[in-house]
Every structure is written in structure tokens, then in C-alpha cells.
Design a protein around this ligand. Structure first.
Ligand SMILES: *Cc1c(COP(=O)(O)O)cnc(C)c1O
Length: 380
């Protein structure tokens, strides 16, 4: 099946009871046993398994071409469940500009329980190799990164992970399974904040994990059931519904983004624009080899926090809000919002300046988005 077809039909079987074309929302916590320990299709209790969640988990596994999918109550619950594959005393090498909440859970939660991490620029293969210690067990990265859209060579990282017996994990939130499939490039685990493009309508908080190895599948399944951060049936249904339009949403956001990038790159109030299409030749070639699109995230610098504040407070179509990947265009100031949990000194070190503005291009008419940018930039 081709990708666009899989978005509609992946992982799903028509409901046996009624022929319903959509997975029914099984609003149930438990299941009647036909005899002591005699379960119907393995359903016992909804923390372990729920049919609506099963439909979603099968779908995301199909889309990422993995072995098994797992749905969690948030992207962070998914990240945490994956990090818990390692033990206290182990070490994880993490990309230096990962999502702010990911940085926070590694440095302020996992670190306290003895899972230590080192943050390195995953574009630099030598730096990654040097960061690996005797107790390193995992390599965790995002590409392109948030909010600077730096690109890491997934295959190169997978090779380093293999050589050093590390579990390789890619957060694929920005590209979605429509544009990029890290498991096909050799990664062991791919994860998503499904709150973003996969849900696509700013109405669900959720996380997804897909594994590609039997032992990892078993261990994630065990962790999901043991720690219990599962996604409920209503939200699982909303994600299945959201995924049906993922392909056309990604096509549209990319088309509009390229026009907006072009506009911003030529605007005198904008000092720098970040988008995978604007990368240097080498990075761009890496991205184009591992992904089939550039996505819909753009960051740009307006020089100061005053300018950024003025700009974001004057938008009429773009909504000032955390999050990304929805049908409506969103704007945020990473230093004050999504990345505020990273100390300022560290933010500046990795290039997240106070004047940096990040937009998530929605699927409104691009003329309205361009006009809105124009009028808001004119207030600076
Ligand atoms: C939002 C986000 C997360 C965290 O997901 P939540 O659903 O907010 O818990 C992780 N990684 C990336 C890249 C994100 O954008």
C-alpha cells in the first residue's frame, strides 16, 4: 500500500459486529471473562489493552513500518517510557536542541533517579562518538530540531549506535511518518508527540511509540502497562481520524511554508530564517535523502525580544500559542514559551535567541497568512 492509502486503511479491520468503517470508541475499563481467565481476543483491562487504542497502535505501526505501536497520554509520557528502557546508572546521549520538555525530563527527572545524559550536537559525528561512555545505552535525537530546524543524518547516527550497542531513538514529530520513516533508516524506536501533526486539530494531547525489535517491543509493552500512561479510547479515536487527513495536511502546509519562507527571507525586518529548505548544501542533501518533504515549521529572527513581543501580539490570523502542527497557524516565541525551561545561557549557546519567533504554518489560504505577516511585521 502507498502512504496516502495507508493513512486511511492502515492497521484497521472493519468492525466485526456491525461493519462500522470507523473503529468504535470502546468506552470501557474492563471486559467480561467467559470463564476464569478466558478472555475474548486478549482483552482483560483497558490499561493493558483497549480495542480503540489497538486500532490506533496498529495504524501508527503500519505508517512507520515498524513491529508494534504504543499510544500514550502525552508525548512526554512516550519519551519517558522509552527512556525507562535503560537502568539507573546508565547514560544516554541526547541531541543538544531537543524539545524543551524532553531536556527537562532528562535533566530534572531521569537524572534524579540515576539515568544520566549528555547533550551533544548530533550533526557532529565525532562529538557524538566522544560523548559515548562505558555505561551509555541509548542515543536519542530529533531531526529536524525544534526550533532551529537543524538536520541530523539518521543513518550515520544509527551506525554509531549499532557500533556501540546503543538503542537508537528518533523523535519524528516534526516530519511525521508521511515525510520521514526513521525505522526504515535503521533506527530502533521512533516516537511522536501526536499532539502535533498526527492529531492535527489542537484537540488531543497524546504520544506514540513504534518499535522495530522483539525485545524492545516486549519491554515497551511491559513499561506501558506497568507505569500506565496510556491514551484513552476517545483520544485514540481522534488520532485515527486525524491521521486520515495527515497526507493532505502535510502537502498543504509544505506548499504554503515554501511561499512564506520566500517572503520572510526577503523581508528587511527579518535577520535570519530557519527552514530545512534553506540549509547549507550538505545538510540539505542529508535531509532530502532521508525525508520526502521539508514540513511546515519555520523560525525567524526579528532581532530582539521587544520586536518579537510586538510582532506576536499583532497577528490576526496566526494564533499566539504553544504547540504546532495543527490546521490553524500558530506562532510562539521559543525563549519565553516552548523553550523557557532551558536556562537562557544554554539557549543562547545553541542559538535560540530572544528575538527568535517560530511559526507552524496551518492550512488556511496562504494569501491570508502572508498578509497577516506583512501587517504584523510592519508594527516593528
Ligand atoms: C511537543 C513535543 C514533545 C512533547 O509532547 P507532548 O505531547 O506535549 O507531551 C516532544 N517532542 C517534540 C518534538 C515536541 O514538539
Amino acid at each position: 500500500m502507498k502512504k496516502m492509502t495507508k493513512m486511511i486503511h492502515g492497521g484497521q479491520t472493519v468492525d466485526e459486529l456491525t461493519g462500522a468503517v470507523n473503529p468504535p470508541i470502546y468506552q470501557t475499563s474492563t471486559y467480561k471473562q467467559d470463564g476464569l481467565g478466558v478472555l475474548r481476543n486478549g482483552y482483560e483491562y483497558s490499561r493493558s489493552k483497549n480495542p480503540t487504542r489497538t486500532a490506533l497502535e496498529g495504524l501508527i505501526a503500519d505508517l512507520e513500518e515498524g513491529q508494534a505501536g504504543f499510544a500514550f497520554g502525552s508525548g512526554m509520557a512516550a519519551v519517558t517510557a522509552v527512556a525507562m528502557l535503560v537502568d539507573s546508572g546508565d547514560h544516554i546521549v541526547v541531541g543538544s536542541d531537543v524539545y524543551g520538555g524532553t531536556f527537562r525530563v532528562f535533566t530534572q527527572v531521569l537524572d534524579r533517579i540515576g539515568i544520566h545524559s549528555t547533550f551533544v550536537d548530533t550533526r557532529d559525528e565525532n562529538a557524538v562518538k566522544q560523548a559515548i561512555q562505558d555505561n551509555t545505552k541509548m542515543l536519542y535525537l530529533e531531526t529536524p530540531t525544534n526550533p532551529l530546524l537543524n538536520v541530523t543524518n539518521i543513518k550515520a547516527m544509527v551506525n554509531i549506535a549499532k557500533e556501540n550497542h546503543l538503542i537508537s531513538v528518533v523523535d519524528n514529530t516534526f516530519m511525521t511518518p508521511y515525510f520521514q520513516n526513521p525505522l526504515k533508516l535503521g533506527a530502533d524506536i521512533v516516537l511522536h508527540s501526536a499532539t502535533k501533526y498526527i492529531g492535527g486539530h489542537s484537540d488531543v494531547v497524546a504520544g506514540l511509540v513504534v518499535t522495530n525489535k522483539v525485545d524492545l517491543t516486549e519491554r515497551i509493552e511491559f513499561t506501558q502497562n506497568s507505569t500506565g500512561g496510556v491514551l484513552g479510547p476517545q483520544d485514540s479515536y481522534l488520532l485515527v481520524r486525524g491521521i486520515k487527513t495527515l497526507a493532505i495536511r502535510m502537502e498543504q502546509t509544505e506548499k504554503s511554508s515554501l511561499k512564506i519562507v520566500d517572503y520572510l527571507a526577503n523581508h528587511e525586518k527579518v535577520t535570519k530564517v530557519y527552514h530545512p529548505s534553506l540549509l547549507d548544501q550538505e545538510s540539505k542533501a542529508i535531509h532530502e535523502a532521508q525525508a520526502s518533504g521539508y514540513g511546515g515549521m519555520i523560525s525567524f529572527d526579528v532581532g530582539s525580544s521587544e520586536n518579537a513581543k510586538k510582532l506576536v501580539e499583532h497577528f490576526e490570523v496566526f494564533t499566539l500559542a504553544e504547540s504546532l502542527g495543527a490546521v490553524e497557524s500558530l506562532v510562539c516565541v521559543p525563549s519565553e514559551m516552548t523553550h523557557a525551561s532551558i536556562p537562557r545561557e544554554r539557549r543562547l549557546e545553541i542559538g535560540i535567541t530572544d528575538g527568535l519567533v517560530r511559526i507552524s504554518v496551518g492550512i488556511e489560504d496562504v494569501e491570508d497568512l502572508l498578509n497577516d505577516l506583512e501587517q504584523a511585521l510592519n508594527t516593528i
